[in-house]
Ligand binder design. Sequence first.
Ligand code: CO
Length: 214
Amino acid sequence: MDKAYQKLIDGNRRFSLEKRFEDPEYFKKLSLGQKPDYLWIGCSDSRVPANEVTSTESGEMFVHRNIANLVVHTDVNLMSVLEYAVTVLGVKHIIVCGHYGCGGVRAAMGNGSYGLVDNWLRNIKDVYQKHVVELEAITDEDKRADRLTELNVIEQVQHLAKTKIVQGAWANGKQLAVHGWVYGLNSGLITELKAVYDDKGDIEPIYRYEFSKQ
Ligand code: CO
């Protein structure tokens, strides 16, 4: 058997030792519970590790990752993560973080088929079609992919703002903001997109829920 996995076990031993060396109580404190302020929805891409690129520690961020950081309202996995993060953990910020050079976005721009993932990437094709005029005016393919990456993130931020979970938090007066970011693989830097939602008034009326006063 290939022993490449051993590197992970060895790395874990080092991690545990280093953390306990810095703070003997580190794991004891973490084991008491979590109260993260952030929910991170990112791409599964191995080059965008949520904690590492934000210099955050264990316990600071609740994380959900899937191919191309999509928020699909019928995805029971993501919706469970979202509801738990908002209603139980009480996160204050939800971040959708895409990344330039995303293979999922690139695949969605083309006509190839890759298996089950085609169904998943259909969501990005819909974003492409929604903005087809703007996108097809961009002749450089890399630049067009970059713009689709941004538009895809903005779309997912809007999807979050359209959920009953997020709107319910707003209706209850909770401080909750949804942000759209893009990470640059070649710079290690995050760009904040002008897509921050903290009120249902920013989305189209048809998607707004009314909540009866308790
Ligand atoms: Co990606």
